[in-house]
Structures are given as C-alpha cells and as structure tokens.
Design a protein around this ligand. Structure first.
Ligand code: HEC
Ligand code: HEC
Length: 203
C-alpha cells in the first residue's frame, strides 16, 4: 500500500503510479539485494524508496535531491531516530517547509523508522571499513580482496560469529596477523563496523 500526502496529494498520487513498477529496481539500489535484514526493515526501505526518495537520500550514502531534506543516513545528527515513527504518525512535518505530511498506518511508520534506524550504524560502519580495511579486504557483496590472504568481509561468518569480532578486536585481533595493522577504535565505531559487516553476510 502506498502512502499518500495531503498537501501534494495529486502530485504524489501520480508519482506513486509512476514509481510503482520501478520500486523493485530502485529498492535494490537503496538496499542492495542480498543484504541481511529483517522483513520490516526491507519493507521500510521499499516505502522510503517509493515515498521519500524524491527529496531525501534514503540509502546508505549520498546527498538528498532536495537540498534542505536531511539524508536518512545521517538523520540521527538532527533528531533521535526513535522519534521518527511518532513524527510521521502525528503528521508533524516541520512548519513552513516542503516536507509533506503523509496518511500512514502504524506499521508503515514503524517500518520506515526501522529502516532509518538501521541505516545509521550500518552507513557509519561502511564508511569506517572503506577508510580502514578496504585496502586489503573486500568490503562489498561481490568484490575481491586487494590482499590475497585477507578474507572478504562477507564471508567472515563462515569462520566465526560476527558478534565475536567485538571481543576479538578488544583483545587485539592483529596479533598473529603480521600484515594486519593495529587499529585504535572506540566501542561505537567497532559496533558500527560490526553492524555493517553483519549486514553483508550471506544468508
Ligand atoms: C517533497 C519533498 C519531501 C518528501 C517527499 C519527503 N520529505 Fe522529509 N523533508 C523534506 C524537507 C525539505 C525537510 C526539511 C524540512 C525543514 O528543515 O524545514 C524534511 C525533513 C524530514 C525529516 C526531519 C524532520 C525534523 O524535524 O527533524 C524527517 C524525519 C523526514 N523528512 C522524513 C521523511 C519521510 C519518512 C518521508 C517519506 C515517507 C519524507 N520525509 C518525504 C522534504 C521531503
Ligand atoms: C594491510 C592489510 C589489512 C588491513 C588494512 C586490514 N586487514 Fe584484516 N586481515 C588482513 C590479512 C592479511 C588477514 C588474514 C590474516 C591471516 O589469516 O593470517 C586479515 C584477517 C582479518 C580478520 C580475520 C581474523 C582471523 O582471525 O581470521 C578480520 C576479522 C579482519 N582482518 C578484520 C579487519 C578489519 C575490521 C579491518 C579494518 C578496521 C582490517 N581487517 C584491515 C589484512 C588487513
């Protein structure tokens, strides 16, 4: 079911029809197919793609098409993400802005909010592994490791539970791996990297 705006009803309704057949393809852009997420998050991603992407960057990276619309991947810099569902349900768009209000069900609001909440750590974790690990490890869904012996991150769960990474890093994962540099990361950075790595494990 598609959301409908009040203010821009006709416009968005027309848009809704227009994007309908493209939702599948565009969703794969937002949420790479093969990423390991729950049904509600997948549903939230599809809703965001169909209803919000006109103005907001709704995926893991990128700038918003509408300059004032905050990209979803860094929405937490602007408001706590656990307030998003209520904001949508209360139709509480910022006044005097282009942000429309939506007719929306609780499930839809919840799922969009779940998507937005999921994107925060995963997007941050992806930026961290891009900057710190990609020179050796494959960090995507189908790339190859630049260092022959460095395992692609998407295969790590074949060797051990991803949760164990937190402990492994705390204890110094680099010991015994001469080519692997020492990293100083704080707990949030570590948890966000793990959230990203978790998201790309094969199912
Ligand atoms: C027609 C353009 C447009 C569409 C479509 C749109 N937004 Fe927005 N949105 C904006 C703009 C512009 C702002 C910034 C408003 C401001 O700062 O005054 C915004 C702000 C927001 C904020 C931050 C509000 C705050 O006060 O912190 C959230 C959350 C948000 N939008 C969620 C959504 C969701 C979810 C959807 C889809 C269901 C959506 N938006 C669709 C334009 C849009
Ligand atoms: C300079 C190259 C290099 C960089 C940069 C690098 N690694 Fe590695 N990493 C390796 C190599 C090589 C191995 C395989 C070592 C072995 O099996 O002996 C490895 C192994 C691993 C393993 C598996 C360890 C195990 O016990 O099997 C994990 C997890 C890992 N790296 C995580 C990371 C993370 C997270 C980053 C970024 C913060 C990173 N690596 C950056 C080279 C690198």
């Amino acid at each position: 079911m598609r959301l409908r705006t009040i203010g821009l009803a006709t416009f968005i309704a027309a848009l809704g029809l227009a994007v309908n057949s493209a939702v599948e393809a565009q969703t794969m852009e937002t949420l790479k197919s093969g990423m390991n997420v729950t049904e509600e998050i997948r549903h939230g991603a599809a809703l965001a793609e169909a209803n919000c992407a006109l103005c907001h960057a709704v995926g893991l990276t990128g700038d918003s098409p509408h300059r004032q619309a905050p990209p979803f991947w860094k929405l937490s810099q602007r408001r706590p993400v656990d307030t998003v569902a209520k904001m949508l349900l209360d139709k509480e768009a910022p006044a005097h802005s282009d942000m429309p209000t939506f007719e929306i069900t609780e499930t839809q609001a919840h799922d969009i909010a779940a998507w937005i909440a999921w994107v925060q750590p995963v997007s941050h974790g992806r930026r961290l592994v891009e900057a710190n690990c990609a020179s050796c490890h494959a960090i995507g869904l189908d790339d190859e490791s630049a260092h022959r012996e460095a395992p692609p991150f998407r295969n790590l769960s074949m060797f051990y539970p991803i949760d164990a990474l937190e402990e492994a890093f705390a204890e110094g994962i680099e010991t015994g791996h001469p080519d692997m540099p020492v990293f100083k990361v704080d707990i949030t950075q570590l948890q966000d990297m793990i959230a990203y790595i978790e998201s790309i494990q094969g199912q």
